[in-house]
Design a protein around this ligand. Structure first.
Ligand SMILES: Nc1nc2c(ncn2[C@@H]2O[C@H](COP(=O)(O)OP(=O)(O)OP(=O)(O)O)[C@@H](O)[C@H]2O)c(=O)[nH]1
Ligand SMILES: [Mg+2]
Length: 300
């Protein structure tokens, strides 16, 4: 191995919906973290590994930092904040369309205590007039001593390579932690459940997207190499169950159809997906349910 090989852990933190997962998928070149226009899409920390000839970047996508309203929210914020002390570099991502708010101040207060260099990543520049960027950058500049401020569009890829170059120069010398073909620390089972949850996020509104969890109950290879997957969508109330099933099962059918496409792309084989809906009252506030659905700090 090259003696000057560089590697390190880079957390991506920020308020919900600023584009953290979109950025991670963009740099990895593969969808490993689900994305949606609903806030609080990501619920766990998810590593995305980018391996180059001379460096390995291990990005950590985190849940958006928000004011928690239940135990699941507490878990999400805690897991995001904890990454601040576990990494070599911190990316604080904001949405260029939004001004400086209380949520940003809350994050900056936490950044005051960290030792690693912090970069401000101003995302969604494709959505704003360049004239608007400068005042925004000046505003943030006054609030914290950022290592550097880098505007990007995670969706379109603008300036993302420049950001990678800058990051590389801040990575310490170190080993290649993961094999070159490994892109994430999570098992396929996790990504499959997330892809199903993403389709529910896309197809439902209001409280439904936030109130569901997806549990994979069975995965098996059947004859002719088809993969058979059974999964339960957990929801909090009977009324939500009705909406998730839809008229003559139409909603569940659409979720299944969209999820199957993504899962087939992930696994590279034909998939048969069977979904059903279960009610688990107030699960987001129950520690035992949270643990059962994989929200545990030591999980990955
Ligand atoms: N126009 C534009 N939209 C973007 C960009 N990056 C992300 N988005 C959109 O912003 C929305 C939120 O993206 P996510 O990647 O899910 O955001 P997140 O920060 O991971 O959100 P949480 O997981 O909820 O904290 C999605 O609809 C994305 O398509 C960008 O650079 N430009
Ligand atoms: Mg996310």
């Amino acid at each position: 191995m090259d003696t000057n090989y560089k590697s390190g852990f880079i957390t991506i933190i920020g308020r919900p919906n600023v584009g953290k997962s979109t950025f991670m998928n963009q740099v990895i070149g593969q969808k490993i973290a689900i994305m949606s226009d609903k806030p609080q899409t990501t619920r766990n920390k998810i590593q995305g590994v980018l391996t180059q000839n001379d460096a390995q970047f291990i990005f950590i996508d985190t849940p958006g930092i928000h004011k928690p309203k239940h135990r699941l929210g507490d878990f999400m914020v805690k897991i995001a904040e904890n990454t601040l002390n576990e990494v070599d570099v911190i990316l604080f991502m904001i949405n260029a369309e939004e001004g400086y708010g209380r949520g940003d101040q809350f994050i900056i207060d936490r950044l005051e205590r960290v030792k690693s260099p912090v970069f401000l990543v101003v995302n969604k520049i494709d959505k704003v007039h360049p004239d608007k960027l400068l005042p925004l950058i000046e505003m943030y500049n006054e609030k914290y001593d950022f290592e550097e401020i880098i505007p990007i569009s995670a969706l379109q890829g603008n300036n993302v390579n420049h950001l990678l170059d800058v990051l590389k120069s801040h990575l310490p010398e170190g080993p290649q932690f993961y094999p070159a073909d490994q892109v994430t620390d999570h098992p396929e089972r996790f990504i499959i459940s997330e892809l199903i949850r993403e389709k529910v996020l896309h197809l439902t509104r209001e409280e439904i997207p936030h109130s569901i969890a997806v549990v994979i109950e069975n995965i098996e290879k059947r004859e002719s190499d088809q993969i058979y997957i059974q999964a339960a969508i957990i929801t909090e109330r009977k009324s939500q169950k009705g909406i998730l099933i839809g008229k003559q099962g139409s909603m569940l059918k659409n979720v299944g159809k969209d999820a199957r496409k993504d899962i087939e792309a992930l696994l590279g084989s034909k998939v048969y997906l069977e979904l059903w809906v279960k009610v688990q009252k107030d699960w987001r506030n129950k520690q035992s349910q949270l643990l059962e659905y994989g929200f545990r700090e030591d999980e990955y």
